[in-house]
Design a protein around this ligand. Sequence first.
Ligand SMILES: [Zn+2]
Ligand SMILES: [Zn+2]
Length: 581
Amino acid sequence: MSEKLNNERVAEILEEIGDMLEILGESVFKVNAYRRAAENIRGLGRDLESMVQDGTIFTIDGIGKAIGEKITELVTTGRLEYYEKISQEVPHSLLEMLKIPDMGPKRVKAVWKALGVQTIEELEEAARSGKLAGLPGFGPKISAKILAGIEERKRASSVDRIPLIEVWPLAEMVKEGLSDLPGIRIEVGGSFRRRKDTVGDLDFLVSADDPEAAVEKFCSLPIVEKVLLKGSKKASVLLRGSLQGDLRVIEPSRWGTALQYFTGSKEHNVQLRELALKKGFSLSEYSFKAVEGSEEILCAEEEDVYRFLGLPWILPELREGRKAIEEALKGTLPDVVDVEDLKGDSHVHTFWSDGMSSIEDMVLSAHRKGLSWIAITDHSATLAVAGGLDADRLKAQMKEIDDINQNQSKVRVLKGVEAEILADGTIDVPEDLMGELDVIIGAIHLSMRQTEEEITKRYLKAIRHPRVHIIAHPTGRLMGQRQGMNANWEVVFEEAARTGTILEINANPYRLDLPDYLAALAKEKGCLFSIGSDAHRPSHMEFLDFGVSVARRAWLGKERVVNCWKLDHLLEWLKDKPNRL
Ligand SMILES: [Zn+2]
Ligand SMILES: [Zn+2]
């Protein structure tokens, strides 16, 4: 069965027809009819398919006989002959060109007919070579403006997805800004709700007593930089930092299907629709609709959507790929780790190396976060740029930790170090000192440009070291800065599993390392994990929540995450490593 066309896709097709007609020089009246129909469909709040079935399609404002019949053809067959026909006349790449400022349909037609220009690249070339400026209706000024528009567009599209931490405050500000609307319910859908490490845009789903007031309020929020589109029940804006925010106002009785639909992932939704079809229903963002007959089932809550399909509600973090629904059908979805399960933070810096705070300050922060232990893991001597500790200073720090543990019992402080795994795989902490430390994290910060083979060898040597307990941020990636190292991860993870060496999920939101997909692979190999904030100041301990999201997306239960273990058990496990080699 072909993928069903939702309202948005139908609206897009009508809009494209309008654009193509305008390029072809059709009457303004005809062009606008398609654009108005598209806009009205977007504000509809009802599934087009059902309106085609009961004939109410022709009662939509601005939809006359001709367009109504085209929508009917689209919705019932998934195709539209008229659209296919004019698509052959007007190259699709010309529609892309319309998105360049100052390139309206008339100018697009002019460059196409006079210069044979069909793509943005060709347009750029024509502008650079001076051909564009020579064309009637253009001139040097307009040509320069168009070129600037092309440049701007290139810059905008090269912006990567944004780390979750950066969009978090924007989402909070929007929620806060809408919170006093009467009857408001608000949720952020999409990859934000699934807690992906990066986010492309923000989807705000809202129900409210007065939908138009919600749209108005949204568009006038102080963090909105530009309103891109404003309808009666939806809006698109650019938020501060040029992140796109989309608002959709949902009828409360259809909240469940809408929230489910706009949370995704795409693949998850496809699978749910397949399941629904097996039961004789088509599932859309609006409802379940019987394939035969006119029965429609509304879901006010997301749980209702899953229940109707015979499934338990599925955590948003698990809604990637095919596995979640297969396991849900079998009743074997995992009980994944929760923030409340964490008892300690395994990776903490202080001003002994490159942190900004004292050990006491980090203890207080841990107590506020509800933790009962932290491991102080400042850098070792080789990382001199980060104030790494030589043997004498490490000893002095251990003495201070003893004193702190004697003076307070709220948070047990473990003695640790984040030691360098040198280029040849050796560890830069004197052997005799290692025995006095509770936990040693091995980390690569230097010589990261080795080959995959060399990095693999280096990690294997560290993992086989009797006193290296945890491997920190294994890929070394830094979002927006560097991709990270490659290793033969299967081999590395197998050896980590065999030796009980723990893999870190570094919770610094620009690292999130291991990333979710590698953590999932490591889980399959039987590895253990630690979640470390890598805090360099007290507030950074909040990063742990991001690390937990990664662990959840990798389907980790708390038995795999050593921060959830009883501390005595963990300390024994660390001490016992030589016996596992
Ligand atoms: Zn590090
Ligand atoms: Zn660190």
